[in-house]
Each structure stands twice: as C-alpha cells, then as structure tokens.
Design a protein. Structure first.
Length: 180
C-alpha cells in the first residue's frame, strides 16, 4: 500500500487528482449559500467567509484552490503534507499556513516549502521535526495553531492572530511566518 500511495502522489498524478477535487470544493462553495435561503437546511445562518483545509491529497486539493484551479472566495487555506500545485493565482488573496513533517516520505517537504515561498503574506510554515506524513495531524499544536489562524482570518480576532507562534512553538517544531 505504501508503494501505491507514493506512486500516486507524484506531482503529475496529484495534479490530476487535485483538478477534480479542487473543482468539487469550488462547486460546494457555490451551492452552500442556497442552504441559507428560506426553507433551506441552514436558514438563518450567515457565513463569515470560506476557509479550507486538507492533508495529503486534501492538502493538494487545498493548495490547488490557490493556483491551478483558483477560487477567490477562499480567505484562509491550510494545506498539510502536500506538494506544490503550481504558481499562485493573483486572483486569490488567501492567507495560508502550511504544516509538514520534515521526514515525510510521501510528500516532499521541499515541494511544500517551494509552495510556501511562492505565496505572498500572510503565510506561515509549521514544521514538525522528525515527523512523517501524518503523525502530527491530531497534535494539539496543529489544532490550536490552525484554529487560531482561522479565527484571525474569518472573524478578525486580533488576539488569535498573535497566538499561532506560541501555539506552534516547541522543541520539536519550527514556526516561521510572514504576516504582513
């Protein structure tokens, strides 16, 4: 199974998968407001913005929404354990923190770092030293960091803007950011 997964996540295969999934996510974003109309399942709820996140192929789907298949409605995007899906689209102004293990044998951290370098601020990169492809996913540093990031971008929570650096800091992580 590991060999199949590694061969699947080549940049060209990831691009093919990401195209369909990124377009699917955009379609969901398009159709969701209809649920808020009179009689809809979410009547009376108002969205504050659109944020996306994913890990592995989901991370590539998330990153694909910022470049190859851009969706300008996305304001925060959190790709985790992904590869670079291309140059950022000028139409997208999402604020993007990445997360990646530096020992990921499935998705190269160097490819994710390239994606990070290509994006304008606000952006961040959380590296889990000694971590592989997915063993940091449920880690409280991951959860707290990205919940705060989403709160900052979606709700304008100034205190949340300042917390990710502290949330992510430990002896086994490296946090870097360019917030402006």
């Amino acid at each position: 199974m590991t060999m199949q997964r590694r061969s699947f996540l080549t940049p060209s295969a990831a691009g093919a998968a990401g195209a369909g999934m990124s377009k699917d996510v955009s379609e969901v974003i398009t159709r969701t407001p209809a649920l808020n109309t009179a009689g809809g399942q979410r009547t009376g709820h108002q969205a504050v913005g659109v944020g996306v996140s994913g890990r592995s192929v989901g991370g590539m789907t998330t990153h694909g929404l910022l470049n190859a298949w851009p969706d300008a409605r996305i304001t925060p995007a959190v790709p985790m354990s992904c590869v670079d899906m291309g140059n950022p689209s000028p139409a997208v102004r999402a604020k993007v923190p990445f997360a990646h293990g530096d020992r990921d044998g499935t998705c190269s951290i160097s490819s994710a770092r390239q994606a990070y370098r290509e994006l304008p601020a606000a952006k961040a990169f959380l590296t889990f030293r000694g971590a592989g492809h997915s063993n940091y996913f449920g880690d409280s540093r991951t959860v707290n960091t990205f919940v705060d990031w989403m709160r900052w971008i979606l709700y304008g929570d100034a205190a949340a803007r300042d917390r990710p650096g502290a949330d992510a800091t430990s002896r086994t992580t490296t946090w870097e950011s360019a917030l402006s």
